[in-house]
Design a protein around this ligand. Structure first.
Ligand code: NAP
Length: 506
């Protein structure tokens, strides 16, 4: 049975801890709530804390340390101090730590999934999936740690030799979003640790608990003091900007909105920090007339409903050929309307709450705007009365290209369908955005699939599949969706410098 969503005027603003099961209380009790600096758990300067909210009720789950800029600098100083020793650690030892952390994530997957559901809202089954996915980054980069290679080359004119060495970039600043509280962390920490870089990581203020639990696991796995430092805070800009501008860090790896990414790129310019930017998306999902409609509906469901639509890879614009648009909309509507919504801890729930009230309001506004511009609601379409930040699975057809959701991330469980007639027309529409993270294409025509995949201006394309994320593949976007790639065999390059040593032989 899913939770009944009922109106309440604000447990959201309440400071009373949420009453949950004994197991929920035990899981919350076990997670550290302090800052991790130099291998020690400690309070924020002045003892300030920030509240962690349960998005399914709006109530307070617990409080964690709210770091000041001085705490942030202490964390960076700890990372700087640990850097030389960690760079000198053997690749095999670094790999062994990642492997042990991978194992611990699996040993504790049930508790970690519950913790993630409590702070972020996604159903426990999805949270488990995320932890398994997060752990894979550690397994993948444990392998990469021992495969960092260089080169030896004869100069074209002869005589001299070139020695090409790879070295850790140095202390890194890592900033992660709330939507994948564990995986966005391990996607950065895995390659950073493998490469021999120390770091300060700052999770989103809504979801600090998963990262704190990860910090505990990394220490247990044998990570030396100061290699990973965790700073939780609600004043992200105030705490992180001095660190970026200090010149003590050598790299910033950020996952979050394009808006914040642009601010950070400007800040990084001052000391010419290396950057990796995993930013926003506006993914098109294209269903051609020759596609298998059932497969396309399943793919759209995955691309839309993973994480309640709160994913940078979520299908934001669904283009369906006019000859099958009606059937596709009806079948997607049937699937989406049958997904139980409720608190993610309840068995059978497939749609949890959105992250906060602002997210719920934004989805409501975007749907209202699309309907005002002529869209038809096939299912869902309005937030339920009640506590928590829920929004039901919603399918809209006939969405105008001028609707705001054509150019803004919906970040919610709303499928926006527009029909098209020709391949050229749909490729032009799909590319008509400053974003370029991922696109999905459903067709059974091999020539068309490759032609369209090449023409789409995105870093990734899913062909007849609705999920592309895989730790062994290079994840990332083009245009305003970002810089650099995470995962794959190139993911570790983001944390390595190339040094060329010229050698005279005579
Ligand atoms: P966000 O507002 O950009 O926040 C992301 C992170 O940046 C949070 O930790 C946030 O801290 C921090 N932050 C905010 N302002 C900052 C500042 N001035 N200086 C330093 N740090 C700052 O994004 P979000 O709403 O959490 O996440 C959703 C966005 O992330 C979407 O646009 C989504 O597409 C994108 N995303 C991209 C990928 C990808 O791989 N391309 C993956 C997941 C999500 P606070 O929480 O304290 O504000």
């Amino acid at each position: 049975m899913s939770t009944q969503v009922t109106k309440s005027d604000q447990s959201r603003a309440s400071t009373q801890p949420v009453a949950g099961s004994a197991r929920e209380a035990a899981v919350l009790e076990a997670v550290p709530t302090q800052l991790l600096i130099g291998g020690q758990w400690r309070d924020a300067e002045g003892g300030a804390t920030l509240e962690v909210i349960d998005p399914s009720t709006g109530g307070v789950l617990c409080e964690v340390a709210d770091a000041t800029p001085a705490d942030g600098m202490a964390a960076l100083d700890a990372a700087v101090a640990a850097q030389p020793g960690f760079a000198a650690m053997s690749p095999r030892e670094r790999a062994d730590i990642l492997t042990r952390a991978f194992e611990l994530l699996h040993e504790r997957i049930d508790d970690l999934a519950l913790l993630m559901t409590l702070e972020m809202g996604k159903p426990v089954a999805e949270a488990k999936g995320e932890i398994a996915y997060a752990a894979e980054f550690f397994r993948h980069f444990a392998g990469e740690a021992t495969r960092i290679s260089g080169g030896y080359q004869t100069a074209p004119a002869g005589g001299a030799r070139f020695l090409i060495a790879r070295q850790p970039v140095g202390p890194c600043l890592l900033i992660t979003p709330w939507n994948f509280p564990m995986a966005m962390g391990t996607r950065k920490l895995g390659p950073a640790i493998a490469a021999g870089c120390t770091s300060v990581i700052k999770p989103a203020h809504q979801t600090p608990l998963s990262m704190l639990a990860l910090g505990q696991i990394l220490l247990e796995a044998g990570l030396p003091e100061g290699v990973v430092n965790i700073v939780t805070c609600q004043g992200a800009g105030k705490v992180m900007e001095p660190l970026i501008r200090s010149g003590k860090a050598r790299k910033l790896s950020f996952t979050g909105s394009t808006k914040v990414g642009k601010i950070l790129l400007e800040q990084c310019a001052e000391k010419v920090l290396r950057t990796s930017m995993e930013l926003g998306g506006n993914a098109p999902l294209i269903v051609f007339e020759d596609a298998d409609v059932e497969e396309a509906v399943a793919g759209a469901l995955a691309a839309k409903m993973r994480n309640m639509g709160e994913a940078c890879t979520a299908a934001n614009r669904i283009y369906v050929h006019e000859s099958i648009a009606e059937e596709f909309g009806r079948r997607l509507g049937e699937e989406m309307s049958s997904m139980p919504m409720g608190r993610g801890t309840e068995p059978g729930v497939r749609v949890g709450p959105l992250i906060d009230e602002a997210a719920q309001d934004k989805v409501t506004e975007l749907v209202t705007d699309a309907v005002d511009r002529g869209a038809t609601v096939l299912t869902g379409g309005s937030a339920p009365e009640g506590e928590g930040f829920f929004y039901p699975p919603t399918v809209l057809s006939g969405v105008s290209p001028e609707a705001r959701m054509g150019s803004e991330e919906i970040f919610g469980p709303v499928a926006a369908i527009t029909s098209f007639s020709t391949e050229d027309e749909v490729v032009a529409a799909a590319n008509d955005t400053p974003f370029g993270l991922v696109a999905y294409v459903f067709t059974n025509d091999l020539r068309r699939s490759l032609r369209v995949a090449e023409a789409l201006e995105t870093g990734m394309v899913g062909l007849n599949q609705g999920v592309v994320s895989n730790p062994a593949a290079p994840f990332g976007g083009v245009k305003e969706s970002g810089l650099g790639r995470e995962g794959g065999d190139t993911g570790i390059d983001e944390f390595l410098e190339t040094k060329y040593i010229g050698i005279a032989l005579a």
